[in-house]
Write a protein that binds this ligand. Structure first.
Ligand code: ADP
Length: 227
């Protein structure tokens, strides 16, 4: 079996909202899967369940043969830190840390020495075109710069899968191209995978596959093959 991530019959509700109604999805190693659909259709919830941020009420989330939904929060956090690169909407950088410290954070938390972590983080900031803001704090960054720092932070550990929620939402056309190219290269070089929530047709068009959510379910229960 080559699938890296597998969701089976995932249900997730918030109060009276059924955000996901039995979603099943497999992501293979090396695969780029775009998740599209109208606002409120459950895209972010799906991504959060896939990354082990949220635990579904029923259904299974399996990452590399391991049931994510059966791990406790500490174990999911550890797994995420090492193996799952997460890009959340609006970046969510640590306000007290500089851009390079934010990008290096997953490595530092995992015990990498400061100098090695800083060098790796700077390399990613450079590839993403934001090396010049390395020593600035998030309040001094534009939305697009902050988003690129958040992508650097997700890629710095060489994760097995990157789960990204609108990673180009704050970017202009040129920056979108830079971020997409780097995300796709990182995934292809490492034989990892990318699950990306997007409204942007340019992002969806570069994916191997697009799955469409509507009202908490994959439309037709089928994915749309692109290649
Ligand atoms: P999308 O990413 O497609 O816009 P979401 O996954 O954010 O959709 O949301 C799906 C549904 O779940 C929406 O109706 C939304 O209002 C609801 N929802 C999402 N997160 C929460 C939450 N933390 N609390 C309450 N309702 C939520």
């Amino acid at each position: 079996m080559t699938h890296l991530l597998k969701l089976r019959g995932v249900h997730k509700s918030f109060a009276h909202t059924e955000a996901l109604r039995g979603v099943s999805l497999e992501v293979q190693r090396g695969e780029v899967v775009a998740v599209t659909g109208p606002s409120g259709s459950g895209k972010s919830t799906l991504l959060h369940c896939a990354a082990g941020v949220l635990v579904p009420e029923s259904g299974a989330v399996t990452f590399d043969g391991q049931r994510l939904d059966e791990l406790d929060e500490a174990a999911r956090t550890r797994l995420r830190r090492r193996e799952i690169g997460l890009v959340l909407q609006f970046g969510q950088l640590v306000p007290e840390l500089t851009a390079v410290q934010n990008a290096a954070l997953p490595l530092l938390l995992d015990g990498t020495d400061r100098r090695t972590a800083r060098t790796a983080a700077l390399g990613w900031l450079e590839r993403l075109g934001v090396a010049e803001v390395a020593d600035q704090v998030p309040a001094e960054l534009s939305g697009g710069q902050a988003q690129r720092v958040a992508v650097a932070r997700a890629l710095v550990t060489g994760p097995r899968i990157v789960c990204a929620d609108e990673p180009t939402g704050a970017l202009d056309t040129v920056a979108t191209e830079v971020v997409l190219t780097q995300l796709l290269a990182a995934v292809r070089d490492a034989g990892s995978a990318l699950l990306v929530v997007t409204h942007d047709n340019r992002v969806a068009a570069r994916a191997d596959r697009e799955v469409v959510l509507h009202d908490g379910a994959l439309v037709g229960g089928q994915s749309v093959a692109r290649s």
